[in-house]
Design a protein around this ligand. Structure first.
Ligand SMILES: [Zn+2]
Length: 263
């Protein structure tokens, strides 16, 4: 099944815009909940809500295989303390994320759940130290499962957050962990590293780590149950969305006009 879906996604990337069918000799399994061609249309529409410039920021790939552009730094970093977002330390995030993270932490607080940012933006240089720390603690192989190599961290994008890191050991079943798992999608956040996607991402389950993708895209992904998919992890949707905004390269607006007029 994985090979078939990968092929279908590959077909989408190679052939370009809004495929209406996959190759007839390798069909998507009938019992699979995701029909890639139909999904591409809806991901495209959701991604267009982000705006043209986000193809070079919020939708940049940062995975084990894909590094960020050399020297990448987000354009609109702000200290989150000034926005009233609960935190430990002196965290920064991109301004574009602040309204959603503020809404989310306030909603959690209203439900009696303390949710605070324990790690937001991390520069390349900080990630060098972070990765070295894990290599020193656990060795290279284990470090690669819990820490991104410098240049590959989503924290360098300024849109990824680790919540409540102090409670790492029991986060999954803690009130904060349970609340975040149930509600993150309502505020534009998704979980790149799920139990189901361990083999695909190469990282352990990190229920404290979320990536912002916009509410439109996070709700679509949640409705597709990406959290439980071994085949399409969160970053696969991000890659699909990015490919839409890159279509034609010269003008993402043109790509989005085509998408929105077709839906
Ligand atoms: Zn993280």
């Amino acid at each position: 099944m994985r090979r078939t879906i990968s092929f279908a996604l590959g077909f989408w990337f190679v052939t370009g815009f809004l495929p209406t069918a996959v190759a007839s000799d390798q069909s998507v399994d009938d019992d699979h909940p995701l029909l890639v061609a139909a999904l591409a249309n809806r991901v495209a529409a959701a991604a267009c809500s982000l705006g043209e410039s986000e193809r070079d920021h919020a939708l940049l790939p940062a995975t084990r295989a894909d590094a960020l552009p050399d020297g990448y730094a987000p354009p609109d970093l702000v200290p989150i303390a000034s926005a009233g977002v609960p935190q430990r330390g002196s965290q920064q995030l991109r301004a574009i994320v602040i309204p959603d993270v503020l809404d989310m932490t306030q909603a959690a607080q209203s439900d009696g759940v303390p949710l605070f940012v324990s790690s937001g933006y991390r520069s390349y240089a900080v990630q060098v130290s972070t990765y070295r720390y894990w290599v020193g603690l656990r060795g290279l192989e284990a470090a690669d499962r819990v820490s991104a190599r410098p240049g590959h961290s989503q924290h360098q994008l300024g849109i990824a957050i680790d919540f409540n890191f102090g409670s790492l050991g029991g986060f999954t079943t803690s009130p904060a962990g349970l609340w975040l798992w149930d509600h993150a999608q309502e505020y534009g956040f998704v979980f790149p590293y799920t139990l189901a996607s361990i083999a695909r991402t190469g990282y352990i389950f990190e229920p404290w780590h979320v990536r912002w993708v916009s509410r439109e895209l996070s709700m679509l992904m949640w409705q597709e149950e990406y959290q439980y998919s071994e085949t399409l992890a969160a970053d696969d949707y991000v890659a699909l969305a990015r490919s839409v905004l890159l279509e034609g390269s010269a003008s993402a607006t043109t790509a989005c006009e085509r998408v929105l007029s077709a839906t």
